[in-house]
Design a protein around this ligand. Sequence first.
Ligand code: HEM
Length: 126
Amino acid sequence: SPTENFYDAVGGEDTFRRVVARFYVEVAADELLRPMYPEQDLGPAEDRLRLFLMQYWGGPHTYSDQRGHPRLRMRHQPFTIGPNERDAWLRCMRIAVDAAGLSDAHRARLWQYLEMAANSMLNSWV
Ligand code: HEM
């Protein structure tokens, strides 16, 4: 329908669950990214990223109910995110997005946002 948002159009929670689960499979195997995650169990980080993305694209506001205002740049300050970390994050995310079976238009829109967001998280130039 014309009023359907992106969240619903791509398949709702199931789609975000698949994308973010695959993303963390890639993170778990990434030598640069894996050591950055403070918790041994990546499950809670997976929940936070999934809930954030669901909320961003028009789904339920569970992320902010649990975590408050996203303030993502501030929340990433404890981690050194230079070009290498950004590239590794995007490489993992690319695999996850490509595996999700979205239409070309949906995939392009999601990817454009993720690239912009990853660039906005840079806080180091080494
Ligand atoms: C949290 C790394 C980009 C969304 C985190 C955490 C790390 C991290 C290490 C802490 C794990 C946790 O406890 O949740 C990175 C790196 C990035 C990146 C290396 C490279 C550019 C992004 C982008 C987004 C994002 C582009 C959104 C589109 C989040 C969210 C959290 C998080 C929602 C949890 C925040 C909270 O509620 O505490 N990230 N991140 N990250 N990241 Fe990223």
